[in-house]
Write a protein that binds this ligand. Structure first.
Ligand SMILES: NC(=O)c1ccc[n+]([C@@H]2O[C@H](COP(=O)([O-])OP(=O)(O)OC[C@H]3O[C@@H](n4cnc5c(N)ncnc54)[C@H](O)[C@@H]3O)[C@@H](O)[C@H]2O)c1
Length: 307
């Protein structure tokens, strides 16, 4: 095909994509079924991960629950079983690559190939950058970012073989817009946002379009992770509404799900304006957190402001 014809084809295809997305606003795609699918959720013992697990079970999925906290993880499984669902529990510290490898092998033996991987486990220290200990910054990245690589390394190969699967990445709105006292956390979430977008591109290049990705970006959620969320407008979300929105989007193969959905409009519009405009608006809205990093954790070094 010569370049001119390719260009004509491209223009028509872009127009088609645009019209299709407008059409889809009016007539949404049907949700795909997860009945009998094996769904692994990390950080399933509390908060958003727990609600992911409960809802996926209500929809007929077989749940594989990972958490570092055995009691909480078992409690999620109990709730699932009381509701008539199936759940397998594993204690796994996702900050440890060896733990992920060992527990993944066990999952393959006990349950089988994972169809949907929900990389949800996350931590947040929330403090002035130079007051946060090196080990805490590393741990934030180990859990919020690196663990996604190691779980993918275990479960993506079987998805590639089948050209089927779904990877759900729980990022954050802090992975779209940086805020004070969230420097390490924001960086870890920007990283997984970019990682999932790049992975989606790579899967397309490899002709593995049967494997879908969804990145979830919630605002503040009432789980205790963010102790002092701030904001003049908008409410603190419940973990259940985040999980429901995320699952709804993922089952419609949405690539990004922002919660609440209305925030997506401000993000798109915000990109059209200069940086200072956005910052001023953000200040007016009062979005952010107050520091929550415990002073006992503060490093005793020359960078500490109090010194
Ligand atoms: N809460 C919010 O305001 C908010 C907003 C946006 C995004 N998020 C993201 O949502 C995800 C879930 O957050 P949440 O608010 O439900 O947190 P949460 O603290 O309520 O639950 C996190 C779960 O992960 C588990 N976990 C922690 N470290 C682990 C490890 N090393 N290995 C295995 N499990 C581990 C915890 O035991 C806990 O059960 C996180 O990735 C978080 O960054 C949260």
């Amino acid at each position: 095909m010569n370049t001119f014809l390719e260009l004509i084809y491209l223009l028509f295809f872009l127009l088609y994509c645009y019209l299709e997305s407008i059409f889809r606003l009016v007539v949404p795609v049907k949700r795909k079924s997860v009945k009998g699918k094996i769904i692994l959720v990390t950080g399933a013992g509390h908060g958003i991960g727990k609600e992911f697990a409960l809802e996926f079970s209500r929809l007929g999925g077989i749940l594989v629950l990972w958490d570092i906290n055995k009691a909480n993880n078992d409690a999620t499984a109990d709730e699932i079983r009381e509701g008539g669902g199936t759940a397998y529990t594993y204690v796994c510290d996702v900050s440890k690559v060896d733990d992920i490898k060992r527990v993944s092998d066990q999952v393959y033996r006990d349950v089988g190939n994972v169809d949907i991987l929900v990389n949800n486990a996350g931590i947040l220290h929330g403090g002035e950058l130079l007051k946060i200990k090196e080990e805490d910054i590393r741990r934030t990245f180990d859990i919020n970012t690196m663990a996604h690589f190691w779980t993918l390394r275990e479960f993506l190969p079987s998805m590639l073989e089948r050209n089927e699967g779904h990877i759900i990445t729980v990022a954050s709105m802090a992975g779209k817009s940086g805020s004070a006292y969230l420097v390490d956390y924001s960086a870890s979430k920007f990283a997984v946002f970019g990682m999932t977008e790049a992975l989606s591109e790579e899967l397309h290049h490899l002709h593995k379009d049967g494997i879908k990705t969804t990145t979830v970006c919630p605002m503040f959620v009432d789980t205790g992770l963010t102790k002092y969320p701030q904001g003049r407008f908008g409410k603190i979300l419940s973990p259940k509404e985040v999980a429901l929105e995320a699952i709804d989007g993922a089952l419609k193969d949405h690539v990004v799900v922002m919660v609440p959905r209305s925030i997506q409009v401000s993000v798109i519009i915000g990109q059209l304006f200069p940086y200072r405009f956005r910052r001023t608006l953000k200040e007016f809205m009062g979005f952010g957190i107050l520091p929550q990093y415990e002073s006992s954790k503060s490093p005793d070094n020359k960078h500490t402001r109090d010194n």
